[in-house]
Write a protein that binds this ligand. Structure first.
Ligand code: ATP
Length: 134
C-alpha cells in the first residue's frame, strides 16, 4: 500500500466481498454521499442503501449496498453492509421484480402491509438497479 491508496474492505453477514487497494471510494453515508481519500480522518458512520463507487488500478467500479456501517481508521475503510453486490453480479431482472413488488405493497399501505419492510426492499432494489445501469 502506498500513501496514495487505501484498503477498502466490504463485509456482509454472508462473506467478505472484497479487500482491495483503492485510490478513492464514494459511499452512501447516512448524511449523504461521502468521498474518502487516503489520509481521511477516523470516522464511524451509518450507511444507507445506495451505490458505492471506487477507483483502483484497473478503473472505476460500482457496487450496490443495502445499508450498514462504515469505519475509517488508519487508511483502511471497512464497510459492514447488510447486503452488497458488485454491479456486474447484479441480476437486473430480479431487482426489477423486487422493485415492482415493493411498489405494489406500498400502494396498499395500511392494508396489512409492513411498510418499513417494503420501503427498505424498495431502496435495496433502487440501489441495485442504479449500480447495474449507471
Ligand atoms: P429479493 O426479493 O429479490 O430476494 P431482497 O432485497 O429481499 O431481494 P436481500 O434480502 O437484500 O434481497 O438479499 C438476499 C441475498 O440475495 C443477498 O445475498 C443479496 O446479495 C442477494 N441479492 C438480492 N437481490 C439481488 C440481485 N438483484 N442480484 C444479485 N444478488 C441479489
Amino acid at each position: 500500500m502506498t500513501e496514495k491508496t487505501l484498503i477498502l474492505e466490504i463485509v456482509t453477514p454472508e462473506r467478505v466481498l472484497m479487500r482491495e487497494e483503492v485510490a478513492t471510494v464514494v459511499v452512501p453515508a447516512a448524511f449523504g454521499y461521502l468521498g474518502v481519500l487516503p489520509g481521511h480522518a477516523p470516522l464511524v458512520t451509518g450507511l444507507t442503501p445506495g451505490v458505492v463507487r471506487f477507483r483502483s488500478g484497473d478503473g472505476t467500479h460500482r457496487l450496490a449496498i443495502g445499508g450498514g456501517f462504515m469505519e475509517i481508521a488508519g487508511n483502511k475503510v471497512v464497510l459492514l453492509a447488510d447486503t452488497a453486490e458488485r454491479a456486474e453480479d447484479i441480476d437486473v431482472a430480479r431487482a426489477q421484480r423486487a422493485y415492482e413488488r415493493a411498489c405494489q405493497r406500498l400502494k396498499r399501505r395500511g392494508q396489512d402491509v409492513d411498510e418499513l419492510r417494503a420501503e427498505a426492499a424498495l431502496k435495496r432494489a433502487v440501489a441495485r438497479l442504479k449500480a447495474a445501469r449507471q
